[in-house]
Write a protein that binds this ligand. Structure first.
Ligand code: 5GP
Length: 237
């Protein structure tokens, strides 16, 4: 598979075309950003850890019947994926209240949400990813009603698979963000699943083991990601 021109440079990943129009290569960089790119740092090994972590999770999800863009690992920091037509919304599920919902609704940090709650956000850094509802998505034609239904169903299915996977490793999956795209008429999970886009707490101590360590300047960011990876059995070598 030949890597060709750079298509998109995101905050933490770069996407390249390949000689197959149906496939892309994603490079996971060490760049780490928060607050819509206002805080930026290079963290050693983060590209490799997130690439391998994401590959592990995507394969678990595929095994559970969730369609993903993952094809194969190409290098420590590179993965081959399907070329999706991305839907410009973020799907968030929260099992425990933390982060923006605490600020928006004035609820207590750390309370369990039963049932878990679901939110849509528009992918737009300049507007700070505003929260939107299903009707915004239909009216602005960002996705069809069927695609919205599929994204919700798949995001909840991911929750079933991953809450158990993380619980078995002594971790609470507090919340996470997923992005989907279209591929040959189907809604398929794209982007990445890594500690950059979810909250993971130690089940006993509630220590944060995710990107909140970076956002809140707690240090030990990549070490925390490696701790999670090692508890799950992700091969980092
Ligand atoms: P919140 O709305 O509380 O900021 O985020 C909810 C969850 O989605 C968190 O796990 C957070 O990491 C993830 N998330 C939301 N928006 C983004 C984003 O733009 N980039 C990344 N990496 N994660 C996000």
């Amino acid at each position: 598979m030949e890597k060709q021109r750079e298509l998109i440079t995101g905050k933490a990943k770069t996407v390249y075309a390949t000689d197959d129009p149906d496939k892309l290569i994603i490079l996971f960089r060490n760049d780490t950003s928060a607050f819509d790119g206002e805080k930026l740092e290079q963290l050693d090994r983060k590209g490799m850890v997130n690439n391998r972590f994401n590959a592990f999770i995507m394969q678990k999800l595929e095994q559970a019947g969730i369609p993903t863009h993952f094809e194969k690992l190409l290098a420590d920091d590179e993965v081959l994926v399907k070329n999706l037509d991305m839907i410009p919304v973020e799907c968030v599920i929260r099992n425990i209240a933390s982060g923006s919902i605490v600020r928006r609704l004035g609820v207590e940090d750390g309370i369990e949400l039963n049932p878990p709650t679901f939110e849509f956000f528009l992918k737009n850094d300049a507007l700070h990813d505003p929260m939107i509802n299903d009707y915004h998505i239909y009216s602005f034609k960002w996705a069809t009603e069927q695609e919205v239904a599929d994204m919700k169903e798949l995001t909840f299915k991911v929750n079933q698979v991953l809450t158990k996977l993380f619980a078995d490793a002594g971790l609470l999956l507090v919340d996470y963000k997923l992005e989907f795209g279209r591929y040959k008429g189907k809604v398929v999970l794209g982007d990445e699943f890594s500690p950059d886009g979810c909250r993971l707490w130690d089940a006993k101590t509630r220590e944060k083991l995710d990107k909140d360590r970076f956002r809140q300047g707690l240090g030990g960011v990549v070490e925390a990601y490696e701790e999670v990876a090692s508890r799950l059995g992700v091969d980092l070598n």
